[in-house]
Design a protein around this ligand. Structure first.
Ligand code: AHM
Ligand code: MG
Length: 339
């Protein structure tokens, strides 16, 4: 009998335990955040289960509806959105929800209201569902100023004001990466226990990476700094080795790889999409928050991504995020172009 593995199994750091430990540093904490997070975790487990069974359950294919960005929704998008909205409302800890799938923000009725605002993309990368490529949920959390009188202005805050952010990747394993503003930790779902277990302690992104990640099919329409930067990834002017290109087209998976291996992920502006593609509140902000917490950077082409003050809940922004030094390089390209 393997006594050492049995010993390990009795001392598991579950995500709830981890968050309780972190919250215990704040004497005023009453457990509300832990309860909220437990409901997010429940949503992730539900979606993870649905994603892995989707072929069997005939969930693949179009749901026949079009979302606010004019994109066709898949059945799993619809299901995931319902799961998270219900979990978040029933937590009793939220007051405003913003989902990629809902045109309007949801204001939680007063009897179920709490102090947190959750912005989320329930199932990002949905074009990858039908071929089994990794997809994920992205979320960010703010505190409301006045719980009795929540307004959209509470949501339209810069990303640096978020109190937590994370993503859950439904891939070869189900991995939840979380920051409550005190570094980044990764948890892997143990299907036999139904618990997320701390597996990636205090993730730090390498200072420089060897991978760049961008949809090169849009190159024709890129601006000059992006074009020059990508050219330099392939033909470095300093004689260093070229970078490798990796692009999944699923932000959670591309960012997760960038976080662990280093490098840069880019979704720039182009002539057709002046603001890029990715949504500020529930894609750019949470991923930028995590990157900064892991020691990396996130830049829009003009400024630090977390300093954007959104004017609309589904606003988009270009983004360049990843290893500190790689983002410094693209910042230098933009600075040179502005001279
Ligand atoms: P979605 O929210 O409709 O799934 O779109 C967001 C996804 C991201 O996961 C990914 O980074 C990007 O779209 C890929 O876009 P493209 O196919 O233009 O490269
Ligand atoms: Mg999305």
């Amino acid at each position: 009998m393997d006594h050492s593995s049995e010993a390990r199994r009795t001392d598991l750091m579950t995500i709830t335990r981890h968050v309780l430990n972190e919250q215990s540093k704040y004497p005023e904490s009453r457990g509300d955040f832990t309860i909220l997070l437990n409901h997010i975790v429940l949503g992730c487990k539900f979606v993870c289960n649905s994603v892995s069974k989707s072929g069997l359950a005939k969930l693949l294919g179009l749901a026949g509806e079009t979302n606010v960005q004019g994109e066709q929704q898949k059945k799993l998008d619809v299901l995931s959105n319902e799961v998270f909205v219900k979990a978040l409302v029933s937590s009793g800890r939220t007051c405003i929800l913003v989902s990629e799938e809902d045109e309007e923000a949801t204001f939680v009725e007063p009897s179920k209201r709490g102090k947190y605002i959750v912005v989320f993309d329930p199932l990002d990368g949905s074009s990858n569902i039908d071929c089994g490529v990794s997809i994920g949920t992205i979320f960010g959390i703010y505190s409301v100023k006045d719980m009795d009188n929540p307004t959209l202005n509470d949501v339209l805050q810069p990303g640096k004001d978020m109190i937590a952010a994370g993503y859950c990747m439904y891939g070869s394993s189900c991995t939840l990466v979380l920051s409550t503003g005190n570094g980044v930790n990764g948890f892997t779902l143990d299907p036999s226990l139904g618990e997320f277990i701390l597996t990636h302690v205090d993730i730090k992104i390498p200072k420089r990476g060897k991978i760049y990640s961008i949809n090169e099919g849009n190159a024709k329409n890129w601006d000059m700094p992006t074009t020059r930067y990508v050219q330099n990834c392939k033909f470095p002017e300093d004689g260093s080795s070229p970078k490798s290109l990796r692009y999944i087209g699923s932000m959670v998976a591309d960012v997760h790889r960038t976080m662990l291996y280093g490098g840069i992920f880019m979704y720039p502006a182009d002539k057709k999409s002046q603001n890029g593609k990715l949504r500020v509140l529930y894609e750019v902000f949470p991923m930028s928050f995590l990157m900064e917490q892991a020691g990396g950077q996130a830049f829009t082409g003009k400024k630090r991504a977390l300093e954007i003050v959104p004017e609309a809940i589904h606003e988009r922004s270009p983004v360049f995020l990843g290893s500190y030094d790689d983002v410094e390089d693209i910042k230098a390209m933009y600075a040179a172009a502005a001279e």
